[in-house]
Design a protein around this ligand. Structure first.
Ligand code: FAD
Length: 423
């Protein structure tokens, strides 16, 4: 049976290179969860087996039904009528398949219905999804919403919003961009009206317009909004969580060049009830920066997956297309292009998985430090320094990885077009 994990040994090579057993030790601690949860690993070897099994399941799903549906989804797209988005029926089927395979909360803690696996496993899954259908990655990759709520939300928000996202009963969206605020998110204007009694923890109301929002029709929405009246910069912005309801209208979905399976929404909030995530004024400076770093690694994985698909399509064509009495693969101009494509993909993939490992180390070391502090224990100074070190390294490697792989993907796709001639 076709499988995008087993047919591509470079993914396993990179997963082994980042040392899954060491990551498992960091994530699982003393493996005591195994006593109470049948899904928790008993040791590092068991954890590695679980991780690779998840990759195998995803690889089979991607190489099978997801790949088969991709062309029709991209030709027909989703639709928007009367202020609501309707997924293409095959997009619905993809989401259903991922829900059944339990692949929608890969790095979310078990306590909240997730698989509690490293980021690198999520990266491997996102890469394979993108090889089959790049638009589906935009939806499957929205697991970052749950991760952000886990990291910065309160206990009640975690309990309310994360389990339905992990279980795939709800989808999410990260809602930042506005017509006049793209790269310059500091200028976001969508207004958050505070609760009348002045209690931050009460119900706020959102008013304004957002644009270019992937899956803006989702059920659980993280929204960047201006909470501090009279301010004009990033220090006046806070992050809110709300649910889809009738106060939200989707005006239209963008007519894009590709990835038509992913609805990119133009939307209006008309007094939408919402709740503050974390502290006021830290929305952009802290929470959205973290959310966007997660999304950046996802986009880097998407780029590697698309490049892999382009390379394989071009290579298969070059092997079978006969010109001047021989397969075009045998002409130096063609095989040099294919070699160059493969080399760039492997370099990009190595950077991607290395970045994933560093993000894992950063997140889990920081969590260990926080847990020790919460228990009132003295924190090992070496662990504290390591957590800081990996935080800095992750903040450098994450944009590197997105930049390198997005450019690499464009170049590889262009070379693929050359190999394909007029086909
Ligand atoms: C398919 C798709 C999905 C998206 N999904 C989401 C989503 O889920 N949520 C969300 O909030 N947003 C989303 N976006 C929006 C995306 O984040 C923005 O498009 C992006 O931030 C750029 O904003 P802009 O398009 O307004 O471009 P602009 O900010 O207007 O930029 C235009 C050009 O100017 C350049 N530029 C801008 N400022 C500078 C500067 N200071 N120095 C040098 N060059 C500069 C930019 O690099 C770019 O080349 C999505 C966009 C797309 C296309």
């Amino acid at each position: 049976m076709a499988n995008y994990f087993t047919d591509n040994p470079d993914i396993l090579f990179n997963l082994d290179r980042v040392d899954l057993r060491a990551l498992a030790d960091l994530i699982e601690g003393d493996y005591s969860d195994a006593a109470t949860s049948e899904f928790a690993p008993e040791n590092a070897e068991d954890a590695r087996d679980n991780y690779l099994n998840t990759c195998r399941i995803a690889g089979e799903l991607c190489a099978g039904p997801v790949e088969e549906r991709a062309r029709i989804i991209d030709q027909e797209g989703n639709s928007c009528r009367n202020g609501k988005v309707y997924y293409h029926p095959l997009v619905e089927e993809n989401i259903r398949d991922f829900r059944r395979a339990e692949l929608l909360g890969i790095s979310i803690p078990r306590k909240y219905g997730g698989l509690q696996m490293p980021q690198v496993i999520k990266i491997a899954v996102l890469e394979m999804v993108s090889r089959a259908d790049a638009s589906l990655m935009n939806l499957v990759g929205l697991q970052d919403i749950a991760e952000t709520i886990y990291e910065f939300g309160n206990d009640q928000q975690r309990a309310e919003y994360i389990p339905p996202l992990s279980a795939g009963e709800a989808t999410g969206a990260m809602i930042l961009t506005e017509p006049d605020s793209g790269s310059d998110l500091q200028s976001v204007r969508l207004k958050a009206v505070p609760p009348p009694d002045g209690n931050d923890q009460g119900t706020w109301h959102l008013q304004g317009v957002k644009r270019f929002i992937t899956n803006g029709n989702g059920d659980i929405l993280l929204v960047l909004a201006r909470s501090e009246e009279g301010t004009v910069d990033g220090r006046g912005l806070s992050l809110f969580v709300c649910r889809k309801d009738d106060t939200i209208t989707i005006r239209r979905i963008e007519n894009k060049l590709g990835i038509h399976g992913s609805p990119t929404c133009d939307m209006v909030f008309n007094d939408t009830p919402a709740y503050l995530v974390g502290q006021r004024k830290r929305g952009l400076i802290k929470y959205v920066m973290s959310l966007m770093n997660g999304a950046r690694v996802g986009v880097a994985a998407q780029a590697v997956g698309i490049a892999e698909a382009a390379y394989r399509t071009a290579r298969d064509y070059a092997e079978t297309r006969i010109q001047f009495g021989q397969p075009i693969l045998q002409f130096p101009a063609v095989y040099e292009m294919l070699t160059d494509m493969k080399l760039r993909i492997e370099a990009g993939r190595m950077l991607l998985y290395e970045t994933g490992k560093i993000v894992d180390l950063q997140k889990h070391l920081a969590a260990r430090v926080q847990q020790a502090q919460a228990r009132g224990e003295a924190v090992d100074p070496e662990m504290k320094m390591s957590a800081k070190y990996y935080e800095r390294l992750a903040s450098v490697l994450t944009p590197f990885s997105k930049y390198f792989n997005a450019e690499m993907c464009n170049r590889v796709a262009y070379q693929g077009i050359q190999v394909m001639g007029g086909s």
